[in-house]
Each structure stands twice: as C-alpha cells, then as structure tokens.
Design a protein around this ligand. Sequence first.
Ligand code: NOJ
Length: 529
Amino acid sequence: MSEAHLWWQRGIVYQVYPRSFQDSDGDGVGDLPGVTSRLDYLRWLGVDALWISPFFPSPMADFGYDVSDYTGVHPMFGTLADFDALVAAAHARGLRVLLDFVPNHSSDQHPWFVASRASRESPYRDWYLWRDPAPGGGPPNNWRSNFGGPAWTLDEATGQYYYHAYLPQQPDLNWRNPAVRAAMLDAMRFWLDRGADGFRVDALRQLVKDEALRDNPPNPAWRPGQNPYDAQLHTYTTDLPEVLTIVEAMRDLLDRYGERVLIGELYLPIERLVAYYGPGGRGCHLPFNFHLILTPWDARRIAALIAAYEAALPPDGWPNWVLGNHDQHRLATRVGPAQARVAAMLLLTLRGTPTLYYGDELGMADVPIPPELVQDPWERRVPGLGLGRDPERTPMQWDAGPGAGFTAGAPWLPLADDYATVNVAAQGADPRSTLALYRRLIALRRAEPALAVGAYAPVPASGHVLAYTREAGGRRLLVALNLGGRAASLALAGRGRALLSTHLDREGERLEGALALRGDEGVVVALDA
Ligand code: NOJ
C-alpha cells in the first residue's frame, strides 16, 4: 500500500449511530460500552475508523444533536471513563475513532444559552443570535428552519427573537463572536487530548448567517409536497464565505495533533462543496460528498456525477463517497436489495474514502414506523412528506435472538420484521450474503492499491452499465456495474480474470473480448498486462 497516502485516504469509515448500535445495560438504547463490545466485529469487517454520532449530554430534542455540555458523556451512553476505554480498545485494534462535533447550535438547556436568554445585558447575550421583532412585529425576516416553520422564536421575557436553523431547542451560536470561537475550539481540543482521531463536523455550511439579515429569495424549482425548507434558496443562511475561515481555524487546531481528520457535513452542489477543501488545502480533509445519495440511480447520471466530481476536485483534494447516513433513507430501500449490492461495489471501488452506515453491510432496509411510535422531531413537525428519519435509525441486527442481540430490553425504535434472517450471525455464516460481499469488497480494497489509492478512468459503456478502471503500479482493474435488472454486456479490450462478482460466484473466471453481466451484477476484473 502506498506509503504516500494517509490512513484516512486509504481507509474506510464506518458510522455508528450510538443509540442503535449495541445496548449494554438493557435500557433499550445503545451506549459506549456497547460500541466497545462490538469493536472486534468492526475489525472483522475490515474498516479502519468509526465515526460515532453525538453521545454528549443532551435533552435529546434532536437525539443528541442538541448538546448541553460539549465536554461530557450523556449518562445514557456511559461516562468519560467509558469513552476513554472505547478509544483505548479501538486503538489497540488499529481502529481510529472520530467524533461528531456540533458547532452550529447548542441545546437551549446549555448553560451558555440559559445565561444568554436571561437578559439583554447578559455577557452571554451575544453568544447566540438575538434580534428585535420586525418593525410591525413578528420575526426579523423570512428565514425558515430546516425542520419546518420559522427559524426565529420569540423570547417573551426579553422581547427578542433568537435564530435556530433547526429546532427551537437548538439555538444557533454566534460564530462571529471570538469568545464563541475560542470556547468551541477548546471543546475540540478536549477530545483531541483524549485521543479522538478527528471529527465529522455537523451542519458546517450553516455556521455563519448574513449580518444584514436579508430575506432569502424564493426557490423557483420548489413544488408543493417537497420539503418546505427548500421553498427558499438558502442564500443568506448557508455557505457564507466566512464559514471557511472557521474551517481553517479548526484545521489549524487539528494539524497541531498530527494525523487527525476533519470531515465536514456539507449538503452543497459539487462546485461549492469542493471549496471546502479550503484555499491551499487548508480546509476540510474530506468535505462529505453526498451526491451518490442525491443522484437518481441511473448509470448515465452516475457516470456524469463521477466525471463532474473528479473534474472539480482541487489538485490535492482527496475524494470521498457516501451511500447512507442517519438522515437519509436506507440504501436498500432507495435502490432495492439487488442494486444495494451493486451500490456496495461502486462505493468500495471508487477513488476516494468510502463511509459506510451501520447496517447497510447487511442490506438493512427502512423500517416503517407507525405514527404513534414516531420519535424524530422533524417527522413530528412536518409529518407525511417522508422526511422523518426513524426508519433508517432502527437497531443493528446482530442475531435472531430477542432484541436482535441489540438489547435485552425494549428497543427505543422497533426492530425490522426481518431481523431473524437479516442479521450478522446469519449472514456471517452465509458465503453469498450481503455481509460476505462487503467483507470481500473491503478485503479486496485493502489488498489492491489500485482500488485504495489508484487512478480512476471512465470506460465507455451503454444502457444500464457503468464502467471504469482503477490503476496503480501497472496493475489495472476494471469495474463493471449493471445498474439494470436485465443481462448486459461490456466489450473488453484484451483479456482479464474476474476477481469478484456481487453474486460471489465467478472468481477466477477467464474473460476475453466481452464481459457478460447478469442483471443486478457488478464485477471487478483484473486486466491482463
Ligand atoms: C445534521 C445531522 O446529521 C442531523 O441528524 C441533525 O438533525 C442536524 N444536522 C442538526 O444538528
């Protein structure tokens, strides 16, 4: 493997949603000791790092993305000692640990906000965004919350509104205030000193808002029935130039610790996304690239996406790809179970760091949540549009036993109906399972520098076939993916040997002249020199 590449370039990131990964104490909610107990599984799977969604003290209005103490652990998840034990156990296994840092907003129960709200004269007033009502009364401008409704909430006692990009319980911090910057960088330092290998930074594009409070313009492309937040363009509330200066400050801090990684949560078009590598590469190591989630599952569209992304990357910008997370409907639900295997091969053979979402390696699908069991505040505030995120956050399916091996108690979200068959124990014993495919793909990526760090080149293909080569040190691999359900074929210049099929049944097959693909099949071929 190339020595010139860093661990987060060669490696694979695995996202753990801690509420749903492993419960160790029977309260139905996952916790840090639970994660520690499953590190051997992650080693066995072959990933290099885990990113753990927030486990900090929080009233849980947004399941931990409303932090009331940036340097603690919520008792439900464990203690600081449990965190230290997790990091030590992970590092002993060669696994890195990435934290989820939530800088845009705190909880309304955070002592900073409690003090800020107390009076207009509070020394903490300017830590958040307070404004007088509009001249005739009402919110200061037309800005909308990501989670429905206005982004301004009136505090009756002090007669001013505060801004929240998400829930009213998630007031936005004022990043123009140097004291806020210093306090938040201190919080990052706290975790770096405790051994964190980096951060996924939440809601990064939202950090700075227009000082003049200009109204956001309407979005002409929006249609009724779509997410109401997108009825406006987010011109004055997201992706302001000042955000990059904050990213640079975070990056400077991380760089003082050596090989740490800064990942930004950035839902942005490609041309804006790549700006977050920063001038001179001084920004995010990995601005999260969500475009495989957002692009229709169509070979030509995806070929065009890869070409556009590769072309837009700055010279030293390392690419990355993502197929799922705790905010997006499950991969197997979006593209169907058969194509989910093809998607796995795509993710794990593209150029750039892949991030896996827990359970996708089993082909876990969205679990329908009956209205009375809905937990997600977004679904509660904007019901019926399919925005709710509970379906993709259900417990990890470890085995066929009660609680799916996730909990000895009552799980906080329902288990999938199919957990008795779709689980780690069953799939681990089945050499053709989705889990077996993920393991084989990960092992192949590890064994083949061409896949981990090699050059990418598109290969012309038609219909539902997507094809490309990866090459390093004279070794050239062809990846051919059939995104359709019918048989297809790809012309092969020269000869080769099949290394892996998504069907896990044709390794070693000699190929010449053409590669025949079954429906929903992807194949990695080693091309003869
Ligand atoms: C993005 C997180 O991934 C999501 O789960 C959360 O609700 C919002 N940011 C607000 O923190």
